[in-house]
Design a protein around this ligand. Structure first.
Ligand SMILES: Nc1ncnc2c1ncn2[C@@H]1O[C@H](C[S@+](CC[C@H]([NH3+])C(=O)[O-])CC(=O)[O-])[C@@H](O)[C@H]1O
Length: 321
């Protein structure tokens, strides 16, 4: 099972120490309620090799290489173990000679976001809805002091810990399996990321307020979410599904999103990027069995989802507390 005690020790002497009032008990309760597959997935991490990596590049990729070439047999074993943690959605990872070619090219999103951010060097960062943690490692690559990701999905925690093991057990990033709404307001993070989460929340203004409560005064919010065209009064609330997803609630226009952030008293709110999701960014690979973007679009008109809504378009908004 995944041991969170090293994280507790790590934060005990930092400005995150107040979290120790609630976190250990929350995680104890979380573990009691885990899904049957969690124990199986967590065990896979033990099967991964301990061989240290000699070269690690988190600045340009999430990549680790060993000094000695990996043998074919070892490589096949590593692939076999990692494939038991499918579907791999966010990545890509290049670990000990294995390329985990994930559904999403999360590096494309990182390239759109990074140029606009206040430098991440020495920052304490919260990544809400971090998935398998791809962007967290890239934040470490930018010199962040500490990165904490939260994501309630057990499989993503196990994927994150598998990747961590193959990155020489780097502890500058940690994934805590909680939802944002379960987190005590800490008010200490220099940067808070919420990428790909807002549209999954039933109450978007509550989500923005929760994000704000985690930032220090003056800290930076990085909000990335689905948007539609329209004025400040426009938000799409899909009837049943959006791009086959059942859990999509609000897709605002950029103007509407800026209005929401201003209503929550964020300052300096600005949109820095808008882009339609391409079939190169989200596609089917050998690392997932499920469908991907091409199956979620109208086969005769890729500007629409299969339900007839506008196809996925994403915006990046920055704001300060
Ligand atoms: N209440 C919640 N609190 C925290 N996380 C949540 C919650 N509900 C769902 N999630 C998590 O938010 C992530 C959203 S995916 C974005 C990944 C990455 N950020 C990316 O930008 O590529 C986008 C998508 O799947 O549509 C998933 O990993 C959920 O488990």
């Amino acid at each position: 099972m995944i041991d969170f005690r090293p994280f507790y020790a790590q934060i005990a002497t930092t400005n995150l120490s107040a979290w120790l009032e609630t976190l250990p008990l929350q995680l104890k309760n979380w573990e009691k309620n885990t899904h049957g597959d969690y124990a199986k997935w967590a065990k896979i991490i033990d099967f991964l090799p301990d061989t240290p990596a000699e070269h690690i590049d988190l600045k340009n990729f999430v990549k680790s290489d060993r000094a000695s070439a990996i043998s074919d047999g070892e490589k096949q074993r590593l692939i076999h173990h990692l494939k038991q943690l499918m579907p791999w959605r966010k990545g890509p990872y290049h670990l000990h000679g294995v390329h985990i070619d994930t559904e999403w090219r999360s590096d494309f999103k990182w390239d759109r976001v990074l140029p606009h951010l206040s430098p991440l060097q020495d920052r304490t960062i919260l990544d809400v809805g971090c998935g398998s943690g791809y962007h967290m490692w890239r934040m470490v690559g930018e010199g962040a002091k500490m990165v904490v990701g939260i994501d309630p999905t057990e499989l993503f925690l196990c994927q994150f810990e598998a990747v961590r093991k193959l990155l020489n057990n780097d502890r500058r990033a940690n994934l805590i399996p909680l939802g944002i709404e379960q987190m005590q307001p800490l008010g200490v993070f220099d940067t808070v990321f919420s990428m790909g989460v807002l549209y999954h929340r039933k109450s978007p203004l509550d989500h923005l307020t929760q994000l704000k409560s985690q930032l220090r005064q003056g800290g930076e919010l990085v909000l990335e979410t689905l948007v539609v065209d329209g004025d400040e009064h426009t938000a799409l609330v899909p009837a049943e599904r959006y791009a086959k997803m059942k859990n999509v609630y609000f897709i605002p226009s950029v103007a509407c999103l800026i209005n929401w952030l201003q209503k929550c008293a964020f300052k300096n709110v600005r949109c820095v990027d808008v882009e339609v999701t391409s079939l190169e960014e989200q596609r089917k690979t050998d690392w997932l069995e499920n469908e991907s973007l091409i199956d979620f679009l109208d086969p005769n008109d890729h500007s629409k989802t299969i339900e007839g809504y506008p196809a996925p378009k994403r915006a990046v908004i920055l704001a300060n507390k």
